[in-house]
Structure formats: structure tokens, C-alpha cells
Ligand binder design. Structure first.
Ligand SMILES: *Cc1c(COP(=O)(O)O)cnc(C)c1O
Length: 345
């Protein structure tokens, strides 16, 4: 890995960040007249903690990782964008993303006028570290990986990820939005050995918190400092910080929901495999299934007409013919399967 100063955009390295009222005073006080807030209408009249320490302490405990390794944002989408803004000079630097994968990597790159070099997954949607390393040039600052991958559902091979971490000179972002559903553990423990690793997780999937917008980025304290320097001062609202703590304190209930979803995933997989127009059900380590069918657009429309909305991935390269189906409640999954079983073409 190059050193961080060689990787960060010079203007970001030299940036003097905005210093908020909540940053400048640290300690105990009872009279806050420093932030031009209205003193009435508690509790949301006050600005929230800009660095969300209480929430980070809870996450630190749950994930067994020091809080200096944690950045919190308005969904993982915020970290995806901030990393590009921090490390890629618009019009000059580039980044790599696997394809097919989550669309936000490329959209965030486009918004920032940063070229996104797409490296196709190989047969079985497997990561080819050699292909990713070959695609990297001297101006490649970031590689975006997603494991389990969206929309394919599979985990990327750890050994291939480690090869990229070892030989790539820039930063490697591993998006683990679906890791709680997976059969193998997170790469978080890899942070100790790889200073260029950034792991993204979120409350939006397994934790049931998509509506509150909270995403986590885990990385070296030096990388976390850079993200904190360029984020909006109050990027995570008080309401979000509070609700996130509630969600993180219902770990057992979450685990039960998770087991239920995994059980349902097997049932849906089995039922899908029996349908005559289903060509392939791809193995999933996430809470959705990618399935290849004879007439994807017609199948999508048929389901939509019945009020059942799945994700049509037919136009995504390497996903031709595919629909992506989220695992719902048993009732919802039954409705889906019934609808597909009674379909006459
Ligand atoms: C759903 C999803 C996310 C979650 O993004 P948030 O902004 O945290 O809601 C991130 N990455 C991938 C691959 C996803 O599918």
C-alpha cells in the first residue's frame, strides 16, 4: 500500500475542517449558549453529537473493535461517496468496481467525475483477483468489492480478496451489507493485518433499520479521521442515533428474525427450483435470491400485476434473464410462490 498521504487528494489532506460548536467545547456543562439553538422544545432542539460516541461505543462492544476504527454515516451510501471524494481526484484518478454489483459505486463515481473501471466477475460470479489487479493503474485509488454480492447473492472468495489487499497499492472497500445472512464471518478481523482495508456494514438489512439511514465504515483510525474531516458536521441525526441504539439492543430478536429469513430462503429456493420456467437458482448467502427464468420481463410484469414486486435484473450485464427476489415473511413468500406456481404462459 502507498502511504495515506500519497493516496488522499492534496486538498483534502490540507483541509482545515469546519469546527462546530459541539466540537469546540468538550466536557461537562449545564448551560449551552454556543450553537444558536432554541432553548425550548426538547429533546430535538439540540444538535446531535457530531461523532456519535454513544452509538459507536455500542457498536464497538458488539463488533469487538475500538471505536476509533468506526465511521458512521447516513447509510453506507454516505461512506461510498465520501471515500471517492477523499481519495479520487475528479477527472484524473479512477477506481475499480466488480460487475455485476451494487449500482451505487458507479453512480457515486460518476457524480464525482471519477472513472469507474468495471471488472467482470468470472463464472459462478467469482472474484478474479488477477483481473482486478491487472485493471489497476498508477491512478487507481480504490477497489470496491461487495461480499455477499448484490445482486448475485454469493460471498466472494476470501483468498481472492486477500490477494487484492496484499498487492493493490490503494484502498480496498469490502461492502458487507449482507454479511449477517452469510455462512462465513466478516472481514473485520482483517483490519489488524491490512491497513488498506475498509469494511462497510449497515443497519439497513439484517438489523431492520433501512428507514433510519445508518451505515458503518470500519478502517484504520487514519482513514476514519479523513472521513470525519469531510463529512457534514451533523451527518447522523439525533433520531437516528437513538433508534440505532434501540435496534442494536435487540440483538436476540434480530437473530431470531435472521434464522427465520434463512429458513424461508431455503423454502423459496426449493420451490423456485421446481418451476418449469426457472432455469437457475443461484446459491445465496444473503436475504435475496437471484433466479434466471425463461421470460424475465413477462414474469416481472405478471408478478407486478398481482401486486408482488421483485427486482428485474434482466438488463444488467451477466444477469441476463434474472430476477432478484428478496426473502419476505412466510406469508409474503407463499404469495410469491403461489403466484408463480399458478402462472400459465
Ligand atoms: C442495501 C445495500 C447497502 C445499504 O446501503 P445503506 O445506504 O446503508 O442503506 C449497501 N451496499 C449494498 C451492496 C446494498 O445492497
Amino acid at each position: 500500500m502507498k502511504n495515506l498521504k500519497q493516496l488522499v487528494r492534496p486538498n483534502i489532506w490540507n483541509l482545515k475542517p469546519y469546527s462546530s460548536a459541539r466540537n469546540e467545547f468538550r466536557g461537562e456543562a449545564s448551560v449551552f449558549l454556543d450553537a444558536n439553538e432554541n432553548p425550548y422544545n426538547e429533546p430535538y432542539n439540540r444538535y446531535p453529537d457530531p461523532l456519535q460516541w454513544k452509538l459507536k461505543d455500542r457498536i464497538s462492544e458488539l463488533k469487538d473493535i475500538a471505536r476509533e476504527h468506526i465511521f458512521l454515516g447516513n447509510g453506507s451510501d454516505e461512506a461510498i461517496d465520501l471515500l471517492i471524494r477523499a481519495f479520487c481526484e475528479p477527472g484524473a484518478d479512477n477506481m475499480i468496481a466488480i460487475t455485476p454489483s451494487y449500482g451505487m459505486y458507479e453512480v457515486a463515481a460518476d457524480i464525482n467525475n471519477v472513472a469507474c473501471v468495471k471488472v467482470p466477475l468470472s463464472d459462478g460470479f467469482r472474484l478474479d483477483a488477477g483481473a482486478a489487479l491487472d485493471a489497476a493503474g498508477s491512478n487507481t485509488k480504490l477497489v470496491y468489492l461487495c461480499s455477499p454480492n448484490n445482486p448475485t447473492g454469493n460471498l466472494l472468495e476470501r483468498e481472492e480478496i486477500f490477494r487484492i489487499l496484499k498487492y493493490f497499492k490503494g484502498l480496498v472497500v469490502v461492502d458487507e451489507a449482507y454479511i449477517d445472512f452469510a455462512s462465513s464471518p466478516s472481514l473485520l478481523r482483517g483490519l489488524a493485518s491490512y491497513p488498506n482495508l475498509i469494511v462497510l456494514q449497515t443497519l439497513s438489512k439484517a438489523w431492520g433499520g433501512a428507514g433510519i439511514r445508518l451505515g458503518m465504515a470500519y478502517a484504520s483510525p487514519a482513514i476514519i479521521d479523513i472521513l470525519n474531516k469531510i463529512k457534514y458536521p451533523y451527518n447522523v441525526s439525533q433520531l437516528t442515533q437513538e433508534w440505532a441504539l434501540r435496534l442494536l439492543n435487540r440483538q436476540e430478536a434480530m437473530q431470531r428474525e435472521l434464522s427465520g429469513i434463512l429458513h424461508e430462503r431455503t423454502l423459496v429456493e426449493t420451490a423456485l427450483q421446481k418451476l418449469p420456467f426457472v432455469q437457475q437458482v443461484y446459491p445465496s448467502d444473503a436475504n435475496f435470491i437471484l433466479v434466471k427464468v425463461d421470460n424475465p420481463d413477462a414474469t416481472y410484469d405478471y408478478l407486478a400485476n398481482k401486486g408482488i414486486i421483485v427486482r428485474n435484473r434482466n438488463t444488467v450485464a451477466l444477469c441476463e434473464g434474472c430476477l432478484r427476489i428478496t426473502i419476505g415473511t412466510p406469508e409474503q413468500n407463499n404469495l410469491l410462490i403461489k403466484a408463480l406456481q399458478t402462472r400459465t404462459l
